[in-house]
Structures are given as C-alpha cells and as structure tokens.
Write a new protein. Structure first.
Ligand SMILES: [Zn+2]
Length: 218
C-alpha cells in the first residue's frame, strides 16, 4: 500500500477565500504539457491560471492552492453542459485537479491511484456526492475550447466504479449506460453530454425522435 502525501508548492495565482461558497464538485483536467513546465506555468503570474492540485505521472501530488481558496482553473464558461453551473464563476464552488499528461494522453497507473486517493480525501473533507455531476471534466464547463480536457482516455468508468466500491455500492451510472449515451451522441441522436442517470423528460424523447427522423429522411 502506497502512502500518499500532499506536497505544498503554492502559486500566486489564486483568490483568497471562496466568496462565501463551498466546494460542491471536483473538476478534473489534464495539463497538455509535462512537468516541470506545467507547474512553472501555473506559478507564473502572467499565466493567470492555476489548480488546487497537480498529480504528476509518477504519482506525486502537489498542492498549489488551499481548498479554502479559489484556484483559477475554470472561470471561463463556454457552452457548459453541467446542471450545477449557476451562472456565477465555477472556480468559487469547485476543486480542481490537474493531471500531468500531453493533450490526448492518458494517466499512468501510479497517477490514477494517486488521483483516486485524492478524490476520496476531497469527497470526505467536503462531503461531495459521488455522481457524474459532482465529479466532472473541464469539458463540461467549457465544451468549446476544452473539449479534450481531460480527454478521451480519462478513466471515468474505473474512477466511479472504484469510488462506489469504496463507498459501499452507492448506485450511479453503470458503464453500459454511459456507453449507450456516448453511442447515441456519436450517431447524432442526442447532442453533447447527457447524464444516463437523469430521467428523460418528454422534450428530450421528442428531440431524439426528431433527430432520428432527420437521419432517416436524409
Ligand atoms: Zn482544464
């Protein structure tokens, strides 16, 4: 069993406090660049960017911003598909984890295990529910400029399966549901992300039917 520890590194890029808000979601990112460049960039005042945590490919966990403070990770909202977005700056009510990886890259096993451990710490500390809306990717907040953040190889199914096992079988989306939704999205039947655990209202069913009709006619 690996003993994890969080190494404080700090950055000037943050806002003290959270404007009265509490973290209610974890946002996962990939750096699209390697360490140490990925870290020095987030410590450079010119970047105006940061995250609470950075997990390196060897499994080291670095902390740049205190949980109680606001990191500058996902303040720009562009065509979000995240029901918890309330029109105010998401940095105020999220915790952000950067993962060292190139754009379109994956996580190492050591990095995954460290990330899983950190997710558990944050879930317990901040009482964050294990759902696909409380643990998300940056792409859910900015689907235009961050569609691949954290990208296609981020192990969502594994992460949720491991977190559920840890919590003792709390039921959220099963992998096959997630795949079905993704298939429907690729076929153009639904647009963007849809949480498979959400009930489908009438308008949603109608939209799928109309998309299907359009495909048949064309
Ligand atoms: Zn990001």
């Amino acid at each position: 069993m690996v003993q994890y520890q969080i190494e404080w590194v700090g950055t000037p890029n943050y806002t003290p406090g959270r404007g009265g808000r509490k973290p209610l979601a974890i946002v996962n990112h990939i750096t699209a660049g390697n360490y140490p460049g990925a870290l020095t960039w987030m410590q450079n005042p010119a970047a105006k960017a940061s995250a609470h945590y950075l997990i390196l490919r060897n499994g080291r966990i670095l902390q740049l911003v205190k949980d109680e403070d606001t990191a500058w990770a996902n303040g720009i909202v562009n065509r979000p598909n995240w029901p918890l977005y309330d029109g105010t700056n998401p940095n105020r009510y999220t915790l952000s984890i950067e993962h060292e990886s190139l754009s379109g890259g994956d996580l190492t096993e050591a990095q995954y295990q460290a990330s899983l451990w950190l997710h558990k710490q944050l879930i317990e500390r901040w009482n964050i529910p294990i759902t696909r809306d409380n643990i998300i990717g940056h792409n859910r907040i900015d689907s235009v400029n961050r569609p691949n953040d954290p990208g296609p190889y981020f192990p969502w199914d594994r992460l949720f399966a491991d977190l559920q096992k840890w919590r003792g079988g709390e039921q959220v989306a099963e992998p096959w549901k997630e795949k079905l939704v993704e298939q429907a999205r690729q076929e153009g039947l639904i647009s963007e992300y849809h949480n498979p655990d959400d009930p489908a209202p009438k308008w949603f069913v109608l939209a799928v039917a109309l998309n299907l009709l359009k495909k048949i006619k064309s």
